[in-house]
Design a protein around this ligand. Structure first.
Ligand SMILES: [Zn+2]
Length: 891
């Protein structure tokens, strides 16, 4: 908030100091968890302790009937009970056996509240509330939802049920105190068809046949937050294993459970790792990993019953790619970290969502890297399922968002349900992850783990604020973690450290805020846990607490690298002598340091702090290498520039230059894999095929078509790793006949992964007639709802025709929005503008939002407008600079 107020002023030094003091104090304001002081809408006088809930779904009309008894602890006398309910019809209510007149039952749809007025009041002490209600079963992942799918093998059309409650949708399933600090025990009973498997957080306690199916009662949960409840049911199969006292299962639709072998194996490995890391063993008797074929797009850490979109859990050794395998491992590791960080210990309120998500992202990556060192996890390119989110190394994606005027602190106030749902963004997840990684490397791995163990032990079955985590880490490290952390969690943005060589071996370091497309940003100061090394020597650390610092005794002829292994969440800008020395020592640097230099150089170009020649000069100097992370960094940049210039005169010239940069690596690798090649070679091959194909490389295009013909006749002829790339290139240049073939293949397969590959290929088709054909699919039920809506975003990104995609979306917005889940609702419409680089589109979005969108979408609208303006400006700036560079290279 401070950022906006002063953004258009020059800030004199005094104001800067005051601002800094205020910010430091703001950091001190947050206190350890205290129930009565926790934000939220619900009064804290009444605390539910136990829920017994019974739900009877009606699959003919997609409604359900429910009843519940809630044991209440009333802390001081009240005349009203206020709890959450949404899209539920309350049919009856009684308190301590006394029926309330219907006139005393009020539902407020706007505030999502249910208020029961008690004529004679309720004394302090224990009471029981009984409610009867009905609700609806949605088709998108909000509350209870249904999914239609084709059964594996038979191809029969089936339907099943699932739930998605985070952030604030448990209240669509049963009336409840739906705020994370109201922990309670939940016992669920459901009625389902007899041939269905029903799954919830806890094991089944009893099961009995009744008219119309069977009644299944689950064991009560431990004390937990309402959003962690889960219910999934359908014609399901499972495979299982045992890890100590814990039963681990992978559950999928009939015929697919065997594809859960890999997930079952890594779940067991991860469980052992976390049992040790957290120092408190996994507390529930079972852990289910549930694959669901639609409804929502990601994964959800319901305690004991984690739900996954099928393609991030199931792995087919014959047909799945190595990328899929790595995604599965990372997503499982992330969700399982939540079993402790999120479920056993839960953030008190949504303003601290980063505690859950930043931590699980960091822990998930750390665990995945530990189990699979060959994957280079910290450098891996993150390809979000939502195509409008930034791809690239997780840390880089967060820093790109965080450099803009539209960023926010990790710790941000949340007042409404819409704000809670908007908090699930790159800053919360990826900046949180990146900051924790930097903090861990500064405190040391063992000290950090010791702090986490103290934290979990002290707060299990309870809630916390960020202050509780800092206290535990301070106790373990004897360092003032809160002071270091405040700058990173309580204020927006991050710093760039300028490196300047002076005389007598002195190197002067100066920090300032790093921004992109953000003039007159308020200056801020950070405590930076710096790392540095003379290339070839061991790393040293320095906590930079002031605006400047000096390194001594740095020989004038030795290269100095800051941010060792790129583990820190800051940029570095070197002066010319330092940069030249680094360029000379590139072959001696490890891949993490090289990728870090490339990422920083590209960011400096974006920020207008350096000409584009800084980046391409570095790329052209790099030693020939087939390292995946390094080449993918280049591919990401070229891909971005290619998209920027699709309709301009520079396009062809740029494409030839870009092909020239990538071709040598592709020629060294060739099409066919070799037995002795490095672990990541096949994935790099796929990335290069896709990148060169999109840069209109005629040879690659011809080979892709050839491979596609063979693949259609004989699928095993094309390696699973190469399929997405080959299909995408073929799709991009498809004529009607090819489009129809891809569509036919997509319709036929029951593998979600294959299906996704085919529809992604269709989304890339650039012929306007075919672009329209692809878009029309989004309105059918060919794809699960969460994928159908992303199809439009994909077309906007991959076809080169965001204009046609937007026209389509505008016309069909109402139908599309019925397929969007809670987390996506605020950003869907604005996100479709993210691929325009023409200022007039910013005006169009502004006008559209004013007329059609709710206030809750305002932050997303602002982000996308900023993105369009940045692209428009950057495009002009790059055109001039790259022209000069290409001319120079051609001479
Ligand atoms: Zn998470």
């Amino acid at each position: 908030m401070g950022g906006r107020i002063v953004r258009d002023m020059r800030v004199p030094l005094l104001a800067f100091l005051v601002l800094f003091l205020i910010r430091s104090l703001a950091g001190a304001v947050e206190k350890p968890f205290n129930f009565t002081e926790t934000p939220g809408k619900l009064p804290k006088e009444v605390v539910p302790t136990e829920y017994a809930i019974r739900i009877v779904p009606n699959m003919d009309n997609f409604t359900f009937a429910g009843s519940e008894t809630v044991k209440l602890n009333v802390r001081s006398p009240v005349y009203q009970l206020v709890l959450n309910a949404l899209e539920l019809r309350i049919e009856a209510a009684s308190v301590d056996g006394k029926e309330l007149p219907l006139s005393e039952i009020k539902t407020d749809t706007e505030e999502e509240l249910l208020t029961l007025t008690l004529p004679s009041g309720l004394a302090a002490g224990d009471h029981a509330l009984m409610l009867r209600f009905t609700g609806k079963i949605n088709q998108q992942g909000q509350g209870l939802f249904y999914m239609r799918y084709q059964e594996h093998g038979s191809g029969a059309r089936k339907v099943m049920l699932g739930t998605q409650f985070e952030a604030t949708d448990a209240r669509r399933f049963f009336p409840c105190w739906d705020e994370p600090a109201f922990r309670a025990r939940f016992q669920l009973t459901v009625v389902v068809p007899e041939n269905w498997l029903a799954v919830s957080n806890m094991p089944i306690e009893s099961e009995q046949k009744i008219a119309g199916g069977k009644e299944v009662r689950f064991a009560p949960t431990p004390l937990m937050s309402s959003y962690l409840n889960v219910f999934v049911a359908g014609e399901l199969d499972f495979i299982e294993s045992q890890v100590g006292p814990t039963q681990v299962r992978v559950i999928a639709t009939k015929g697919k459970a065997e594809l859960g072998r890999y997930a079952l194996k890594v779940s067991a490995e991860i469980l052992k790792y976390y049992n040790d890391y957290f120092g408190v063993p996994y507390p529930l008797p079972k852990l289910d990993q549930i694959a669901i074929p639609g409804g929502f797009g990601g994964a959800m850490e319901n305690w004991g019953g984690i739900t996954y979109y099928e393609s991030v859990l199931l792995f087919d050794p014959k047909n799945s790619s190595a990328q899929t395998k790595q995604d599965i491992c990372e997503v499982i590791a992330h969700e399982m970290a939540h079993m402790w960080f999120g479920d056993l210990v839960t953030m008190a309120w949504w303003d601290n969502l980063w505690l859950n998500e930043g931590f699980a992202s960091w822990m998930g990556s750390k665990c995945t890297a530990h189990l699979n060192p060959q994957w280079e996890v910290w450098l891996a390119r993150d390809l979000p399922r939502d195509p409008t989110r930034r791809s690239g190394i997780a840390k880089e994606a967060a820093m790109e968002s965080d450099a803009r005027s539209t960023t926010h602190p990790i710790h941000q106030p949340v007042a409404t349900e819409a704000e809670a749902n908007s908090a699930f963004d790159d800053i919360t997840y990826k900046k949180g992850q990146s900051f924790l990684r930097m903090l861990e490397s500064f405190l040391g791995e063992d000290v950090f783990r010791d702090g986490i163990r103290r934290y979990i032990a002290a707060h299990k079955y309870s809630n916390t604020t960020t202050a509780d985590l800092w206290n535990a880490l301070s106790d373990a490290s004897s360092k003032s973690v809160r002071e270091i952390a405040a700058g990173w969690t309580e204020q927006p943005g991050f710093p760039v450290v300028n490196v300047k060589r002076e005389t007598d071996g002195k190197v002067r370091l100066t920090q300032e805020r790093f921004t992109v497309n953000f003039k007159n940003a308020p200056p801020l100061l950070w405590q930076i846990p710096l790392t540095y090394s003379l290339v070839g020597e061991a790393a040293a650390t320095l906590l930079m607490t002031d605006k400047t610092a000096t390194l001594e005794k740095v020989p004038a002829d030795r290269a100095l690298k800051l941010n060792v292994n790129g583990a820190g969440n800051y940029r570095v800008q070197y002066d010319e002598p330092s940069w030249k020395l680094l360029l000379k020592t590139l072959p001696k640097l490890g891949v993490e340091d090289r990728v870090n230099l490339m990422s920083d150089a590209w960011a400096l170009v974006q920020a207008g702090r350096a000409p584009v020649s800084l980046y391409f000069g570095l790329v052209e100097t790099l030693p020939a290498s087939t390292d995946l992370a390094e080449r993918e960094q280049i591919i990401n940049v070229l891909d971005f520039m290619n998209g920027l210039w699709l309709d301009s005169s520079e396009h062809e010239k740029f494409q030839r230059y870009a092909q020239g940069l990538l071709r040598p690596t592709f020629e060294a690798l060739g099409w066919a894999s070799k037995p002795d090649e490095p672990a990541n070679a096949e994935r790099l091959r796929a990335s290069l095929i896709s990148a060169l194909g999109h840069l209109d490389d005629p040879e690659v295009l011809a080979s892709c078509r050839e491979h596609f013909e063979k693949y259609v006749a004989d699928p095993p002829s094309l390696a699973p790793d190469l399929r997405p790339a080959v299909l995408a290139v073929v799709g991009r240049y498809a004529d009607e006949k090819t489009w129809n073939k891809l569509h036919e293949l997509g319709l036929k397969t029951t593998s979600i992964e294959d299906k996704q590959n085919y529809y992604n290929a269709l989304a890339g088709a650039s012929d306007p007639k075919l672009v329209k054909k692809t878009l029309a699919i989004a309105l059918t039920d060919e794809l699960p709802t969460s994928r159908a809506i992303f199809l439009v975003s994909r077309v906007a990104r991959d076809s080169g025709r965001p204009d046609i995609a937007w026209e389509f979306a505008k016309t069909n917005m109402k139908a599309l929005l019925t397929k969007v889940d809670a987390a996506g609702a605020n950003r869907y419409a604005p996100s479709l503008f993210a691929f325009f680089s023409d200022d007039s589109r910013a005006d169009e979005l502004r006008a559209y939002a004013k007329k059609n969108l709710s206030q809750a979408t305002a932050p997303e609208v602002a982000k996308v407008i900023d993105e369009i303006q940045f692209r428009a400006e950057f495009k002009k700036r790059l055109a001039i600079q790259i022209d000069a560079r290409i001319e120079k290279k051609n001479h």
